[in-house]
Design a protein around this ligand. Structure first.
Ligand SMILES: CC(C)(COP(=O)(O)OP(=O)(O)OC[C@H]1O[C@@H](n2cnc3c(N)ncnc32)[C@H](O)[C@@H]1OP(=O)(O)O)[C@@H](O)C(=O)NCCC(=O)NCCS
Length: 195
C-alpha cells in the first residue's frame, strides 16, 4: 500500500540517507564521508527549523517502508533555516571543514536559492529501488499542493546540472530553468514553476 504522510522523528535514519543522496555535494563542502554527512543531516533533521527538519518533511511509505521524501520551505524562511542548520552543525565541524567552507564563502553567501514569493523544494529523494514508478512525480504534486494551500503561486528548486534524470523530470512537469551558478566544481540550476 502506498501512503503519503508527514515524517516523524522515527524516520530519521532513512530520511537522512535519502537527503544525502539528493545533496552529496554537502560531503565535499564539509569534507565528510557519506557516513559522517548522513549523521550530520540526521542531527539537523531532528532539530526544529533547519532546512532538513522532519517538521518540514513528508514521506511516501510503501508497505511500511519509507520510499521517498520531500522537504519544503517558504522561500522567505530559507535563509533562517540555513542559518539554524549552520549553527546546529558547529559541534560537528573541525578545522578542515571550516577551512573549506571559508574557501567557498563567496559563492555560498552570494547564492540565492529561493525568492520570498516562491515555495521552495528543499529536498526531493526517492530510494533507488523505488525509482521510475511515479513516486518523485507524486511528491512534486504534493509540493505544489502545499504551495497552493500556503498561498504561493510558484514552486522552485535547485538541481545539480549533471543530474540529468532529475532535470528531465522537472522539465517534463513544467519547471523552467532560470539561471545557473557554481559552487566548488558543481554547477547548479535554479528552476521555477508557475502554478
Ligand atoms: C530525481 C528522483 C527524485 C526522481 O524520482 P522517481 O520516483 O524516479 O521519479 P518518477 O518515477 O516520478 O519519474 C522518473 C521517470 O519515470 C517515469 N515514470 C513515472 N511514473 C511511471 C510509472 N508508473 N511507470 C513507468 N515510468 C514512470 C517518469 O515519466 C520519468 O521518466 P523520464 O526518466 O523519462 O523522465 C530520483 O531519481 C532520485 O531520488 N534521485 C536521487 C536524488 C536526487 O537526485 N534528487 C533530486 C535532487 S534535486
Amino acid at each position: 500500500m502506498v501512503t503519503i504522510r508527514k515524517s516523524h522523528p522515527k524516520d530519521a535514519k532513512k530520511a537522512s540517507k535519502l537527503m544525502f543522496d539528493a545533496m552529496d555535494w554537502l560531503g565535499n563542502l564539509f569534507q565528510f564521508n557519506s557516513l559522517k554527512s548522513t549523521r550530520l543531516i540526521e542531527k539537523l533533521y531532528l532539530k526544529p527549523n533547519t532546512r532538513f527538519s522532519h517538521e518540514h518533511t513528508h514521506v511516501v511509505e510503501i508497505d511500511g517502508e519509507v520510499a521517498g521524501i520531500l522537504t519544503t520551505a517558504a522561500g522567505s524562511k530559507l535563509d533562517r533555516f540555513n542559518l539554524s542548520a549552520a549553527l546546529n552543525s558547529v559541534s560537528f565541524l573541525g578545522f578542515k571543514t571550516i577551512k573549506n567552507v571559508l574557501k567557498h564563502a563567496g559563492p555560498l553567501l552570494k547564492t540565492k536559492e529561493a525568492l520570498a514569493d516562491e515555495y521552495y523544494i528543499t529536498t526531493l529523494s526517492v530510494d533507488s529501488k523505488f525509482r521510475g514508478k511515479g513516486i518523485g512525480t507524486k511528491l512534486l504534486d504534493l509540493a505544489e499542493q502545499l504551495a497552493i494551500d500556503n498561498g504561493y503561486l510558484k514552486c522552485s528548486l535547485t538541481v545539480d546540472a549533471s543530474n540529468e534524470k532529475a532535470r528531465r523530470l522537472y522539465n517534463q512537469l513544467g519547471y523552467v530553468e532560470q539561471h545557473q551558478y557554481k559552487l566548488m566544481h558543481y554547477t547548479f540550476v535554479r528552476m521555477v514553476k508557475p502554478l
